[in-house]
Ligand binder design. Sequence first.
Ligand SMILES: [Fe+2]
Length: 319
Amino acid sequence: MLGRNIASDEYMDLLARGRASAERWLQLEPEAMRQFYNRLPFAMQHRLTEHPLMQWPELKALCRRMPPREVRFRFGEIAPDADFDMSYSQRYREGLTLDDALDNLEARRAYVCIYNPERDPAYRPFLEQLLSEFAVATRHLDPGITWFSTYVFISAQGSITPYHMDREMNFLMQVRGSKTAYLWNQADPSVMSAAQKDQLLAYAGRKPQWLPELEPKAMRFELTPAVGIHHPFIAPHRVHTGPELSISLALTFRTRWSDQQTLAHQLNHKLRQLGLRPGDVGQHPLVDAAKAEVMDLARRSHARVRRLRGIDSGVPRSN
Ligand SMILES: [Fe+2]
């Protein structure tokens, strides 16, 4: 499974560590957080550029010691409207290897993604330090981080991450080179309908795809070293790498609130499958909470029945 769940006592530890730490790697302006966190994307500043572990030789060494399935790569050009879930498929590997990608990154126009570098003993303390800073910055707005996962993206000039949306919040921080990030407002029903959001969070079918009429609605952000961008929960995005080698870190996380939203959307999706027309999630917090309770209860009972019948109930997560 990607990432790691955070129990409530570990969250309290993170908060304590974040408050006690003398060193700050992130600059999260309280006013910007209050106005925009989980509503609209906004730029932030950071100092990751100064950290030795975020330099290319260290990251290259990390790629070589991570389990092979945790380092995904592709070569060549990919269309901005390509299916994101297929973007690491063999079709984009051209029969080449990770060593080809690492040693000839720019010549091969390679794109490498390190999944969960926080599992590496050398990287873990630093990445948990960043998480503790986010925990402190979000503690009044969205308390209770329940899960987190990090990714390092290393890309040659001109790479594109196609249009897609993730089922969590994200801070994407540029360390080297430049990127242009396009984000869309997840609350705009012409970007994603209520039914599409229910389907997305129920992990049912394909994610909503890019359409030409969405392009004028994109919000554009230029990422340069020491600049980051916040992706609100499920905000659609597409990212273009600039004309040189780029390194960026994404720290993604879920909270009690986003878990509740997810469950409420999942119940809505089930109700739609039964031919009903449930009210949109996000309109009434109490209704969302009640829907989440029902879905959670149903899921637990279902898992219990499967356990009693000796059926494995593990569900793989896709991203
Ligand atoms: Fe993403």
